[in-house]
Ligand binder design. Structure first.
Ligand SMILES: Nc1ncnc2c1ncn2[C@@H]1O[C@H](COP(=O)(O)OP(=O)(O)OP(=O)(O)O)[C@@H](O)[C@H]1O
Ligand SMILES: [Mg+2]
Length: 399
């Protein structure tokens, strides 16, 4: 790009007022003051945690519901208010929050809790039980009531099992008269199956379910957000309606709705549009969809990539057996051991869940039924994504 062109771009950015007044409002970690359609959940979480203000232990609480249904937003809002209320009493209490996915390991989850209550522990080196013992000792000595929120708790359980949660549940009997309550948040509805029954019954003393938003509800949420982010009249109602309908088409996911609005606003700004219209929402959808597929393929394990390659290489849809045969040949070509048919079936189910392949059941009359599998991702794009993997880059792919 020549210097003049860049000056042009930057001058334009400086001189035009821009469509978005306050971009931070469109970020997905922004939590608005009002959370419509979540009044009931807010009240219930508040009621369950309120006993801490009277020096008694709140029940452990499990919040679950699909992604983008306001679990994190509701929890943050309630804890923020609780913190405020806590300043009105001389009682000791601490509210700690940790996102397990961001923290990554059990050790880091525990160190965040330790830091929040003022216990110093080294970055690594201690056994988990030792860190836990120090936390309990400190809580007892300082006679503090603690609420620990563990967001995306399913990540922790899937990667490290439920040992840490087991320690938490056992700690109840060791902490007195202070207390440690746990608020767990998960968007994986099946994660409860992974828990030891004792852990589950303790963690879910109380449970709150967050249901997906309807398209109408998303429209209200988006309209409120648009009022905060854009100058009046800069977003057409048709654009908001489309955005809400698209975000509700899989499940009513407010994050997806706000993301669409943000990306659409960026596109409209780049085009120097006077207002945000339906066409920008459509372009944003394409953009987000492409990003999603790229990310999904990029983070697949090698054998899932090999399966996707096999599926891509065949014109027509194939049965699971045919795919397994071609996959085995492909593993021989790259001198890798193949996985068992059972593992392959599990990987196919995962690819299906990620929307990278489509599976349908075909009836073969008296020969029974068989699965038919194909991909709808454009093959040239898939080739580019797959050959970005160093192990697959030398495969001679026809597309
Ligand atoms: N009722 C609501 N009103 C306004 N904005 C909302 C509402 N519910 C969710 N949002 C917004 O949608 C986005 C996603 O919400 P949040 O992070 O709470 O979802 P989540 O249920 O925690 O999802 P995940 O399981 O993926 O973590 C945030 O930007 C949040 O501010
Ligand atoms: Mg969340």
């Amino acid at each position: 790009m020549s210097i003049d062109i860049m000056d042009d771009v930057f001058d334009k950015a400086l001189s035009s007022p821009g469509l978005v007044q306050d971009p931070s409002v469109l970020r997905s970690d922004y939590i608005p003051d009002r959370l419509p359609f979540r009044e009931e959940q807010i009240r219930t979480v508040a009621e369950i945690l309120a006993p801490i203000l009277k020096n008694s232990k709140p029940s452990n609480l499990l919040l679950y519901g699909k992604t983008g249904t306001g679990k994190t937003a509701v929890t943050h809002r309630v804890l923020e208010r609780l913190q405020k209320a806590a300043t009105k009493t001389p009682k000791q209490m601490t509210f700690a929050y940790c996102n397990s996915r961001v923290a990554g390991t059990e050790y880091r989850v525990l160190s965040q809790l330790a830091n929040a209550i003022g216990v110093e522990i080294p970055f690594t080196g201690l056994a988990l039980s030792e860190v836990f013992a120090r936390i309990i000792k400190h809580i007892n000595q300082s006679q503090t009531n603690v609420i620990f929120t563990l967001d995306e708790i399913d990540f922790l359980v899937k990667h490290s099992g439920d040992d840490l949660l087991y320690e938490f549940t056992r700690s109840n009997s060791e902490i007195f008269p202070a207390s440690l309550s746990l608020v767990g948040i998960s968007n994986d509805l099946q994660f409860k199956d992974l828990l030891d029954p004792r852990v589950l019954s303790s963690l879910s003393e109380e449970e709150i379910v967050f249901t997906p938003y309807t398209a109408d509800q998303l429209r209200t949420i988006l309209n409120e957000r648009a009022l905060l982010a854009f100058p009046p009249g800069q977003v057409s109602q048709a654009a908001v309606n489309l955005c809400a309908a698209l975000a509700a088409s899989e499940h009513g996911d407010a994050r997806r709705a706000v993301d669409l609005l943000r990306v659409a606003a960026e596109i409209a700004e780049r085009k120097s549009a006077a207002s945000l219209e339906e066409e920008h929402i459509r372009l944003a959808l394409q953009h987000i969809e492409q990003d999603r597929i790229g990310e999904a393929v990029h983070s697949l394990p090698l054998h899932a990539k090999l399966l996707l390659t096999t599926i891509m290489l065949n014109q027509d849809s194939q049965s699971t057996g045919e795919i397994y045969e071609s996959y085995r040949k492909l593993t021989e070509t790259i001198r890798t051991e193949s996985l068992t048919q059972r593992r392959v079936s599990a990987l196919l189910a995962e690819l299906d869940m990620l929307g990278l392949i489509t599976t349908s059941i075909v009836s073969k009359g008296r020969y029974g039924r068989t699965k038919s599998i194909y991909t709808q991702v454009p093959k040239t794009r898939l080739r580019d994504l797959l050959t970005a993997d160093p192990i697959l880059k030398d495969l001679k792919l026809p597309y």
